[in-house]
Design a protein around this ligand. Structure first.
Ligand code: NAP
Length: 242
């Protein structure tokens, strides 16, 4: 975060799930660098506290809240905490995700399948239910879902992840329709392959293998569009058709 970073998000409150590491951490640092007050959420308390500490050390404003997005009550508590601490929620990034089942449909682990769907899809649904009332109170807002090219194309032995992200893609579109009249835009950001702890990276020939920081400009672009701006869209950082 540089002193010179333009403060395009000054006065904005942003909740980022999965902000303890990887893409979510980079987006939290990027938004705070642009002047937003951010709430970092994930299950691992030490990691989100570390992200928030880094932001504050750079002069930004950040709080951390431990929450498992699979638990509706925890998600509700997260957004209530964030709305109070940030004086309102303008931006929510549904980034928390896992890729737990990498077997075939026939041979994979049903429990891992269920857990992937519960985290990536049900978790986003819970986040939306909690974020919408806060954004309505604010008079508008922006929801950014972190999707995947794997949700737009099928990949063998990744059915849980692909189905969860395909569902998230559809949820993005339905939310956009339901929230248009409330000036809340809902768009999907597809990062493409990023080097993180997630074991979801496909080695696709000719693809751009990014660092988490490479995702930040697109996340900033989406966060700085007008609330009545583009909605129900997918923005991909991939170099091929998603
Ligand atoms: P990562 O480094 O593993 O980070 C995932 C984050 O999500 C962590 O902070 C993790 O924290 C959190 N999380 C996982 N389960 C959670 C739960 N139940 N409740 C709350 N937080 C939870 O992975 P990443 O690569 O940055 O992935 C971030 C997002 O980008 C995911 O949605 C992923 O599908 C998407 N994506 C990644 C790639 C890629 O190539 N890396 C490509 C396309 C899309 P805790 O474990 O502490 O909860």
């Amino acid at each position: 975060m540089s002193e010179q970073a333009s403060k395009t998000l000054a006065g904005k409150g942003a909740v980022i799930t999965g902000a303890g590491r990887g893409i979510g951490r980079a987006i939290a640092l990027g938004y705070a660098g642009a002047g937003a007050s951010v709430c970092c959420a994930a299950r691992t308390d030490a990691e989100i506290r570390q992200t928030a500490r880094e932001i504050r050390a750079e002069g930004g404003t950040a709080v951390a809240f431990q929450a498992d997005v699979r638990q509706q009550n925890a998600v509700q508590a997260l957004f209530e905490f964030a709305e109070a601490e940030l004086s309102g929620i303008d931006i929510a990034v549904f980034n928390a995700g896992v890729n737990l089942d990498q077997g075939s449909v026939e041979g994979g682990d049903p429990a891992a399948w269920e857990d992937t769907i519960r985290t990536n899809l049900l978790g986003a649904y819970y986040c939306a239910r909690a974020a919408i009332p806060a954004m309505k109170r604010r008079g508008g807002g922006k929801i950014i879902t972190i999707g995947s090219g794997m949700g737009h194309n099928g990949f063998a032995e990744s059915s849980a992840y692909c189905c969860s992200k395909a569902g998230l893609w559809m949820l993005t579109r339905i939310l956009a329709q339901e929230l248009r009249e409330h000036n809340i835009s809902v768009n999907e950001l597809i990062p493409g392959p990023v080097r993180t702890d997630m074991d979801a990276v496909l080695h696709i020939e000719g693809e751009w293998f990014k660092s988490p920081e490479d995702v930040v400009p697109m996340a900033l672009f989406l966060a700085t569009q007008p609330d009545i701006g583009p909605t129900a869209q997918s923005y991909s950082l991939m170099r091929r058709d998603t």
